[in-house]
Design a binder for this molecule. Structure first.
Ligand code: XMP
Length: 326
């Protein structure tokens, strides 16, 4: 696919047949573009990188090298799902990098949200660069750039783009989704056999749970965020809200409050629930979650998540709040 402007004549990919036609065309183009070279791809497990990976596996198989960096800020079960889907099911050449301690050490004591974002982005590039240096014959870098990225920014994925890769690692870009809108990427992902939980997953910020563990990240509060988020997602799924609510997650602030459990005083963290709907993320409304479900989630979180004694629900739309807390 050449050029960065979507031709007016390009048909919207809305059906499996149209997705298949797109896949066939891309496989052909990718093979002639890549030849015998190898392609490197940072595979986060998000929709865009997952679809690019699946497309490249179909086109060039083992010539694709995927790198999945676990920075410790992913949701419960995410690294495992990436390994299961790509290594086990799709037989991808996948390098898994456990960089949890490295990221958490770098973030230790850092409370400012923008500073946290910078550290996560820069460290991600560093880890990826180290892995790239270990490999031979890489000529291309796969990217999950989609059309809104081109329309809204300077054409590259902004999430991890802090500084970018050094000069000697400037590979040629492979961006097979760059003229597609998000809904089209999902249709293509489905046609490539990716699981629904990956194709239809809710938006998740690049800095991950790092901006939901408010202030300076500590391992105990990070686990509170991860475990409470898993409970919220499980309950939304069981109660038909998955796929209906645009984005939902939990936040853990860096203060504690007094509570009581089994007749004893506790001093533990609160968990804040957030569930919002939007079309463009510029404004958002709060989902009217049934009160009985909120009570059930509260009961589960306070009994199952260590170090939590209180649950709150964020009633604030955007504006005046943002969707994330940091
Ligand atoms: P806000 O909080 O600005 O969020 O209302 C709007 C949307 O953007 C996501 N978001 C981010 N995504 N890196 C990302 O990749 C970030 O640093 C970041 N901050 C917010 C947020 O989850 C929501 O979908």
């Amino acid at each position: 696919m050449t050029g960065n402007i979507r031709p007016e004549t390009m048909e919207r990919i809305t059906t499996p047949a149209l997705a298949q036609a797109f896949i066939d065309e891309q496989v052909h183009e990718l093979r002639s573009q890549i030849g015998d070279s190898r392609v490197l791809l940072a595979l986060s497990g998000g929709v865009d990188s997952a679809v690019v990976a699946a497309l490249l596996i179909k086109a060039v198989g083992q010539q694709l090298v995927c790198v999945h960096v676990n920075h410790g800020l992913l949701r419960k079960g995410e690294p495992e799902q990436v390994i299961e889907v790509f290594r086990q099911k799709m037989n991808a050449n996948l390098i898994y990098v456990d960089a949890v301690d490295r990221f958490l050490d770098k973030l230790s004591g850092v409370a400012d949200p923008e500073q946290k974002r910078k550290i996560i982005g820069a460290e991600f590039i560093r880890v990826f660069e180290e892995e790239a240096r270990k490999l031979d014959g890489i000529a291309f870098l796969g990217q999950g750039t989609i059309y809104p990225d081109i329309l809204e920014s300077d054409g590259v994925k902004a999430h991890h783009n802090v500084g970018g890769l050094p000069e000697d690692l400037q590979f040629r870009l492979v961006e097979p989704l760059k003229l597609l809108f998000k809904d089209e990427v999902r249709v293509v992902g489905k046609a490539l056999g990716l699981p629904d939980s990956m194709v239809y997953r809710q938006p998740f910020p690049g800095p991950g749970l790092g901006v939901r563990c408010l202030g300076a990240i500590t391992r105990d509060r990070l686990e509170c965020v991860r475990e409470s988020d898993a409970i919220l997602r499980e309950e939304f799924s069981k109660n038909g809200l998955e796929g209906k609510v645009w984005q939902y997650f939990t936040v853990v602030p860096d203060f504690r409050s007094v509570g009581v459990k089994d007749g004893k005083r506790t001093f533990a963290y609160p968990v804040i629930l957030r569930a919002v709907n939007t079309t463009d993320a510029m404004t958002a409304t709060v989902e009217d979650v049934p009160f009985s479900l909120l009570q059930h989630i509260t009961e589960r979180i306070t009994s199952e998540v260590e170090g939590v004694n209180r649950v709150l629900f964020d009633l604030t739309p955007k504006p005046c709040a943002t969707i994330e807390w940091e």
